[in-house]
Write a protein that binds this ligand. Structure first.
Ligand code: FES
Length: 106
């Protein structure tokens, strides 16, 4: 399945991922600029992405932990999510996200 990712500089990427993978892992493994400091433990918010409006309602609601962390994220928007908390599935084939500035590696 594929996801579409816009990087912090406006570059567009179509990335292949597998069912059950975290969106963060797909972005990281394809070498895009994502810090993902905690490795997916929902404790850093450096995997922050903006979900394309057409996809927001297709994602499961964020957990309380994710919500709490997003409050601490720079440049939070209504469509902000932590990409390590989004698991790929057939329903999310074609998902579009944009990397937030706060996910950039130092
Ligand atoms: Fe740390 Fe997602 S990688 S919260």
């Amino acid at each position: 399945m594929k996801i579409h990712v816009t990087d912090q500089d406006g570059g567009e990427h179509e990335l292949e991922g597998l069912d059950g993978w975290r969106v963060m892992e797909v972005i990281r493994d394809w070498g895009l600029n994502i810090k993902a400091e905690c490795g997916g433990a929902a404790s850093c918010a450096t995997c922050h992405v903006y979900v394309d409006e057409a996809w927001v309602s297709k994602l499961p609601a964020p957990s309380d932990d994710e919500e709490d962390l997003l409050y601490t994220a720079q440049d939070r928007r209504p469509n902000s999510r932590l990409s390590c908390q989004i698991l790929l599935s057939d329903e999310l084939d074609g998902l579009k996200v944009t990397l937030a500035e706060g996910a950039r590696q130092d």
